[in-house]
Design a protein around this ligand. Structure first.
Ligand code: IMP
Length: 177
């Protein structure tokens, strides 16, 4: 099965949960960089899966951080919310003085094999911290708290992550296929 990504962190997590037999885009010799202009994570996961399909089953995921006080932003635009390195600071600034800090990460994985199209969702609830904390992880991890610790302060965040929850559902589906 092809995983429509070249992100090493994602590949590691996918292989940890699904086991062997996962080939990345570059390993498969596929260049696929579709425009992710869907309105939802589901749309974008589907766009990525279809674009990478070469008659071999493929999975693609799209994720985002949804903040209640910002009406769900950055959401589907999490990767494009600001230039790299400025996204977390922008969130903290927008939430200055805001006490309602509930947020969640969500991942949608699309499986496509030319016949079947299936979607699997995972969600992790938390709150936006008041400052960056922690060294692990990536993206918004250092400002997203679960039970008082940011995801960047939890070395084995992948055990509780939104992506892990979606991958577990995909695994169950693949075992029955
Ligand atoms: P992607 O579409 O799955 O690559 O994720 C879109 C954006 O959401 C990424 O650029 C990250 O900034 C953010 N993101 C997704 N998952 C996570 C996570 O587990 N931790 C922190 N940020 C994440």
């Amino acid at each position: 099965m092809i995983a429509a990504t070249n992100n090493p962190g994602k590949l590691r997590e996918i292989r940890e949960i699904l086991g062997g037999g996962i080939i990345s885009l570059s390993e498969a010799g596929i260049v696929s960089e579709p425009v992710e202009d869907g309105l939802t994570l589901r749309d974008n996961a589907y766009i990525k899966a279809k674009a990478a399909f070469r008659n071999v089953p493929v999975i693609a995921d799209d994720s985002g951080l949804f903040i209640a006080a910002l009406d769900g932003a950055p959401g589907v635009n999490s990767a494009r919310f600001d230039v790299p390195g400025k996204r977390r600071g922008k969130v903290l600034k927008l939430l200055e003085g805001v006490t309602e800090r509930a947020a969640y990460f969500e991942t949608v994985i699309c499986y496509f094999d030319g016949v079947n199209t299936e979607f699997f969702t995972g969600r992790l609830d938390g709150v936006i911290a008041h400052e960056n904390r922690g060294e692990f992880g990536f993206g918004y991890d250092s400002i997203f708290e679960v039970d008082g610790l940011t995801l960047a302060e939890i070395p084995d965040k992948n055990k509780i992550s939104h992506r892990k929850k979606a991958l577990e559902k995909l695994k169950e589906y693949l075992e029955k296929l």
